[in-house]
Design a protein around this ligand. Structure first.
Ligand SMILES: *[C@@H]1O[C@H](CO)[C@@H](O)[C@H](O)[C@H]1NC(C)=O
Ligand SMILES: *[C@@H]1O[C@H](CO)[C@@H](O)[C@H](O)[C@H]1NC(C)=O
Ligand SMILES: *[C@@H]1O[C@H](CO)[C@@H](O)[C@H](O)[C@H]1NC(C)=O
Length: 242
């Protein structure tokens, strides 16, 4: 367990941690509202499917965009963020029932959606309870933010299509900057030897209106070097759908 925790800290990988750390919140770090900004983390479903090979009953439903929410993470900078700020508010599945388009906007490729949501709420969402007073408010607000930013629509408008075509990092970043008004950070992964877009991080201010803002340079130096100058944005494989 210690090795796993250590690995997940070293790799700073949410996914590694999600898999290895069954208890989402062993330890509180920081407190509600004590952070400078937020990061909207999105991931590319096709890449996650090829890497995770989700089993039956896991993965996107038909009609899902190629890019999905990972979470909205309150933070101070690339190496400091609060976690697990309210252990007296565990995730309750009933609270999110009926949120429109939740399952189309926020997809797990590693296990049941509710396990993923438990992690995102307990670890990150509880720290932003100054903005989102309830679990339901967190999930519905982040879905609305995701729809407002409409990264899938920005890609469509720029002619960037999920599939095997290679795009330059520059073109992808330029399209997103035009659409969002600010730079975003791209993260790539190598799956079967092929470089693919893995994640998009958009910096968001610490305010109820959740405005996009420029990411500070420490975020840029953490994520930017991870993408080569060109990569593919794989389509969701047919076998990945629930
Ligand atoms: C990150 O934020 C924490 C908490 O505000 C601060 O102590 C630390 O110096 C910051 N680090 C960087 C690299 O800005
Ligand atoms: C933690 O969550 C409970 C609800 O379970 C709420 O009453 C309390 O105000 C929250 N604490 C903070 C610091 O927001
Ligand atoms: C992309 O390439 C893979 C492997 O070469 C292939 O299996 C798949 O059908 C291709 N997908 C598309 C959309 O062309």
């Amino acid at each position: 367990m210690f090795i796993f925790l250590l690995l997940s800290i070293v790799k700073c990988s949410e996914f590694t941690e999600l898999m290895s750390n069954r208890q989402t919140c062993p330890k509180q770090k920081g407190s509600v509202g004590d952070y400078k900004m937020n990061v909207l983390a999105n991931f590319w479903i096709g890449t996650a499917c090829l890497r995770d090979k989700p089993g039956s009953g896991v993965g996107p439903v038909r009609g899902t965009n190629a890019v999905t929410i990972h979470g909205l993470w309150p933070g101070n900078n690339a190496s400091s963020w609060p976690e697990c700020c309210n252990n007296s508010y565990p995730f309750k599945p009933a609270e999110i029932s009926g949120i429109a388009d939740l399952s189309k906007n926020w997809v797990s490729t590693q296990g049941p959606d509710n396990s993923f949501y438990t992690h995102e709420w307990e670890k990150h969402g509880t720290c932003a309870m100054d903005l989102f007073h309830t679990e339901r408010d967190y999930f519905s607000s982040v879905v609305n933010l995701n729809k407002r930013l409409n990264i899938a629509g920005i890609f469509r408008a720029a002619g960037i299509i999920a599939g095997n075509r290679t795009y330059s990092k520059n073109d992808v970043k330029t399209a997103l900057r035009r659409g969002l008004g600010h730079d975003v950070l791209l993260e790539c992964a190598k799956v079967n030897g092929i470089s693919m877009l893995n994640a998009i991080y958009t910096c968001i201010d610490h305010s109820p209106s959740l405005n996009v803002q420029e990411c500070t340079s420490d975020y840029k130096s953490r994520y930017e070097p991870k993408c080569p100058s060109s990569f593919i944005l794989p389509a969701i494989p047919d076998s990945c759908y629930k």
